[in-house]
Design a protein around this ligand. Structure first.
Ligand code: PLP
Length: 388
């Protein structure tokens, strides 16, 4: 198998799994309990918080553990709206992951006003447009750090400064950047940051929300007073421990991995552009994550391509994993003014820590074969068609 879908999820790092095992077997005490065996469990959880804080460059008290990126995004936006006395206006981008995009759409149904700031053909946001969108009634600006479909990076630290200047809270969905770019939150003015362990070789169903010291926060989950009263529910200890180890490794390897994975992705893009006519790399002129390729191919349907690639053992996705099986064009590609036809022929390939040089030529060759097969199937009546 050639796994090129690391923006959808990643293989768990064996070292993270190993550290989780005791907490799925013998060390099962509830971390809130008073007896001795719970102390070890609490310590492991706090160790994970320290490791994550070191990777993010923030304080341990600024981190709460959640069930993942979706919960963290919802929690930050909901909390900001609860506390904002001036009004209920949200600024976000037109290319957010559905975990933010749909949350904002739902808020609009409940009476909030939402401004979705657009992007240009390369997927870039205009800082001036974001600034102009902020009004006295704005409760929160939520802009992702990197786009999950194209890898395009947004200038979130600059946006956070604009927000600080206007006394508006700023949240960023950083799910796609952990382990891909170095972070130092203590040097930024970001109020909230979301992340998810399964995107950086940790387990699924666990994530975290960074809440800057001094930023008011209230969870919309009603229940116990876990996570210093900021997130109700018994902690998912084993997964939190796995997240901590994965974050530590991601932090330690980030520069090395950027240098290793970037050339793999670049060779792949050169390879497919040379081997397949009618290839268009989305966001190629923008600053992008080193691991992501969004490529549109003339004359194919991505759903059919996915099926054939799967037969050859190549895993990738059409736009984003959540879209697989959905027939409408990706809202990200629509916002970038990619035509419907090209959007329907778009595939996302995302490299990760467990990809090697050897994956590139194989993936290029198989993709070229699949695209050529699909194009021949769509050839006009009378043209020779080979199906095997
Ligand atoms: N935000 C982005 C940018 C993502 O790519 C994803 C996952 O695809 C999420 C949020 C959702 O994260 P989770 O799967 O942990 O809920």
């Amino acid at each position: 198998m050639i796994y090129l879908d690391n923006n959808a999820t990643t293989q768990i790092d064996p070292a993270a799994l190993e550290e989780m095992m005791p907490f799925l077997t013998t060390a099962y005490a509830n971390p809130s309990s008073g007896y001795q065996s719970a102390v070890q469990v609490r310590q492991a959880m706090e160790g994970a918080r320290e490791r994550l804080a070191a990777t993010l460059g923030c304080k341990t008290a600024e981190i709460i553990f959640t069930s993942g990126g979706t919960e963290s995004n919802n929690a930050a936006i909901n909390s900001a709206l609860q506390f904002e006395p001036r009004g209920k206006h949200i600024v976000t981008s037109a290319v957010e992951h559905s975990a933010t995009w749909r949350c904002c759409q739902e808020m609009a149904k409940r009476g909030c006003e939402v401004t979705f700031v657009g992007v240009d053909r390369d997927g870039n946001l205009d800082l001036g447009e974001v600034e102009e969108a902020v009004r006295p009634q704005t409760a929160v600006v939520s802009i992702m750090w990197a786009n999950n479909e194209t890898g395009v990076l947004f200038p979130v630290e600059k946006i956070a400064q604009i927000c600080r200047g206007k006394r508006v809270l700023f949240h960023t969905d950083a799910v796609q950047v952990i382990g891909k770019i170095p972070l130092r939150l203590q040097d930024s003015t970001i109020n909230f940051l979301s992340l998810s362990a399964h995107k950086f070789h940790g387990p699924k169903g666990v994530g975290a929300l960074f809440i800057r010291e001094g930023t008011r926060f209230q969870s919309s989950l009603i229940g116990g007073s876990h996570e210093s009263g900021r997130r109700a529910g018994t902690e998912n200890v084993a997964s939190i421990v796995g997240l901590g180890k994965a974050a530590e490794i991601a932090g330690a390897k980030v520069l090395e991995e950027q240098k290793r994975v970037g050339p793999l992705r670049d060779q792949f893009e050169i390879g497919i552009t040379q081997a397949i006519s009618g290839t268009h790399i989305n966001g190629s002129c923008a600053t992008r994550l080193a691991n992501t390729t969004s490529a549109s191919f003339d004359g194919i349907e991505s759903q059919a391509a996915l099926l054939l690639l799967d037969r050859y053992g190549v895993c990738c996705s059409a736009g984003s994993a959540c879209r697989t099986g959905a027939s409408e064009a990706s809202h990200v590609l629509q916002a970038m003014q990619v035509s419907d036809e090209l959007a329907r022929g778009t595939l996302r390939f995302s490299f990760g820590r467990f990809n090697s040089d050897a994956d590139v030529p194989g993936a290029v060759e198989l993709l070229a074969r699949v695209v050529s097969r699909l194009r021949s199937l769509q050839a006009p009546a009378g043209a020779p068609v080979s199906v095997s």
